[in-house]
Write a protein that binds this ligand. Structure first.
Ligand code: BDR
Ligand code: CA
Length: 306
């Protein structure tokens, strides 16, 4: 079976790091490029993390920098959740490789063009790079097989009462991408929240023998520490669920919906307005998750790195 070629657009990010590890561990995916965007931390930090993660995991593909600010909004990072360096203040060996000299959106376009409609994009940060790619190359939407994003919520948010972080961080970019015509899947809080890994699950994962188990354990511990402070009994690896879906579609149940983005109202800014009855259905939204399937995929991930 041929592998699915994917580009990962990301803002590492503790859960982004684990999502990239999951993607690399899968026999079904072939990572063709990694593009970095500002979000959980500044672009300087997220792009360095992306390059160092690729180096650590032996992902020998182009890593490119993208947007260093949202399209029409100040940059608000998430250092409270992801730490000062973006990956829980875990320090990786610095990669000796250089960044690709193209911008993220140009690299995305070049890679998509090579694949004749087979390439998929998994976007697990704010949608700024993808929006710029669409603005610069409108034909891109019909050249990408599928865009799977982690972001949004049909119910409440996590960054505000109304908005999920990735959409809230750049609502204008999200608005452009949601209106663009991509074959698009939204993996939002409605499903990621149902994948809480308990302290016991974390301990089980840490007991697996793996080359990178110390790093995996530290990432999970760092997340758990921060989640616990906020009153959560476990951790949610949001971004890993978007990757898990592309690996195995039976992870999620989707419904076609009309989704629009609140990009102006100050209080509701970044809200994904999900309408199941709307006649312009533009996005397949995930509402149910097979938690055991996801947990199994995630728990087996460290075994790959033996
Ligand atoms: C999303 O926000 C970020 O902090 C995470 O990396 C994830 O992509 C969850 O709302
Ligand atoms: Ca992310």
């Amino acid at each position: 079976m041929s592998k699915i070629p994917v580009i990962i657009d990301t803002d590492p990010g503790i859960d982004d790091f684990l999502a990239i590890m999951l993607a690399k561990s899968s026999a079904k995916l072939d990572i063709r490029a990694i593009t970095a965007v500002c979000g959980n931390q500044t672009l300087e930090k997220t792009s360095k993390n992306a390059l160092d993660i690729a180096n650590l995991l032996d992902i020998n593909v182009a890593v490119a920098k993208g947007a260093q600010t949202p399209l029409d909004r100040e940059l608000y990072t998430a250092g409270d959740v992801h730490g000062e360096n973006g990956i829980g203040n875990i320090y990786l060996e610095a990669s000796s490789k250089e960044f690709d000299n193209r911008y993220a959106w140009d690299l995305i376009y070049d890679e998509v063009k090579k694949e004749n409609g087979n390439l998929e994009i998994i976007a697990i940060g704010p949608l700024t790079n993808i929006a710029i790619a669409v603005l610069k190359y409108p034909e891109l939407v019909n050249m990408v097989k599928r865009l799977t994003i982690m972001g949004g919520s049909a119910s409440s948010g996590n960054r505000t009462e109304h908005a999920e972080f990735n959409i809230w961080a750049d609502p204008l970019a999200a608005d452009i991408v949601f209106k663009s015509g991509f074959n698009m899947v939204m993996v939002g809080l409605d499903v990621t929240r149902k994948t809480l890994l308990s302290e016991e699950n974390i301990e089980e994962i840490k007991a697996v023998k793996s080359e990178h188990i110390d790093i995996i354990g530290s990432l999970l511990d760092e997340m758990f520490k921060r989640y616990k402070k906020l009153g959560n009994p476990g951790v949610v690896i949001h971004d890993a669920l978007a990757v898990a879906y592309v690996i195995d579609e039976s992870c999620l149940e989707l419904k076609n919906c009309q989704v629009s983005i609140e990009s102006r109202d100050e209080i509701r800014i970044g809200k994904t307005i999900v309408d199941l009855e709307g006649k312009d259905k533009n996005v397949a939204v995930a509402f149910e998750v097979d938690f055991n399937l996801f947990k199994d995929l995630f728990e087996k991930m460290p075994l790959y790195y033996n």
